[in-house]
Design a protein around this ligand. Structure first.
Ligand code: PEP
Length: 256
């Protein structure tokens, strides 16, 4: 593990109900609050439970709340959409952008992802920008090329100064929710290449400060090995974030 502070995100996706969300948030605060000095923890509940979750963790410093999605416009006739100001009202300080389910299931383009990233930064939020290759792309040897392209589009127009509010999540699509995990070596190689690409764009000093999370079936049993890689600075967790105990196991591994 490097000197960069570890960051563990829990992406709850479209899971839980109100009482389950509050219980899970309280469980995370109880089991992992003591790690907050060494690990940044961010919870991404579904929209309707954001305020409840923010309230449940507000007295535990070091646990933030984030939005899984949002719209770029500040207000207006955009039926069904949610603005960044509304999310801030609910206690959000973070936002996810470019998650593979938004890219591949909901059809978000690189252009929209870049617009969302700028909108979130302008609204004062911190952003986790997700990148990662599909299985076909991996098998075609395109992992780094896909990551570089998604980074290049996603970070277009982003200044070196703004990079202090951006975390990159490397999430190979074939590993998300599948139980298949990248080997620590493969994940490290992808992370090192991502850092190199950041160095190319922003210089080595900035690249060394940017945190790069791994996401894709991370669990308590494989977290230590992944998190001990020099360029892996945390994790973005789906399935294992839905139970306070398994999420705590990953946070403990990140705390070292
Ligand atoms: C994710 O949704 O970002 C994710 C990594 O999910 P899982 O941990 O379930 O693979």
């Amino acid at each position: 593990m490097s000197t960069r502070k570890a960051i563990i995100g829990g992406n709850w996706k479209m899971n839980t109900n109100r009482s389950g969300a509050v219980a899970l948030a309280r469980g995370v605060a109880a089991e992992s609050g003591s790690c907050a000095d060494s690990v940044d923890i961010v919870l991404f509940p579904p929209f309707p439970y954001l305020s409840d979750v923010a309230q449940a963790v507000e007295s535990t410093s070091g646990i933030g709340v984030g939005a899984q999605d949002f719209y770029t416009e500040p207000d207006g006739a955009f039926t069904g959409e949610v603005s960044l100001a509304m999310l801030k009202d609910c206690g959000c300080t973070w936002a996810l952008v470019g998650h593979s389910e938004r890219r591949h299931v909901l059809g978000e383009s690189d252009v929209l992802i870049n617009a969302k990233l700028h909108a979130a930064l302008e609204a004062g939020l911190n952003v986790i920008l997700c990148v990662g290759e599909t299985l076909d792309q991996r098998e075609a040897g395109q992992t780094d090329a896909i990551n570089f392209a998604q980074l290049s589009y996603g970070l277009a127009g982003v200044s070196a100064e703004q990079m202090s509010r951006i975390v990159i999540a490397y999430e190979p699509v074939w590993a998300i929710g599948t139980g298949r995990t990248a080997t620590p070596d493969d994940a490290q190689n992808a992370h090192a290449a991502i850092r190199q690409s950041l160095a190319h764009k922003y210089g080595q000093t900035i690249a060394e400060t940017v945190r790069i999370q791994y996401g894709g079936s991370m669990k308590p049993g494989n977290a230590s090995e992944l998190l001990s890689q020099p360029d892996i600075d945390g994790g973005l967790i789906g399935g294992a974030a839905l139970k306070a105990e398994s999420f705590a196991g990953i946070i403990t591994a990140a705390a070292g």
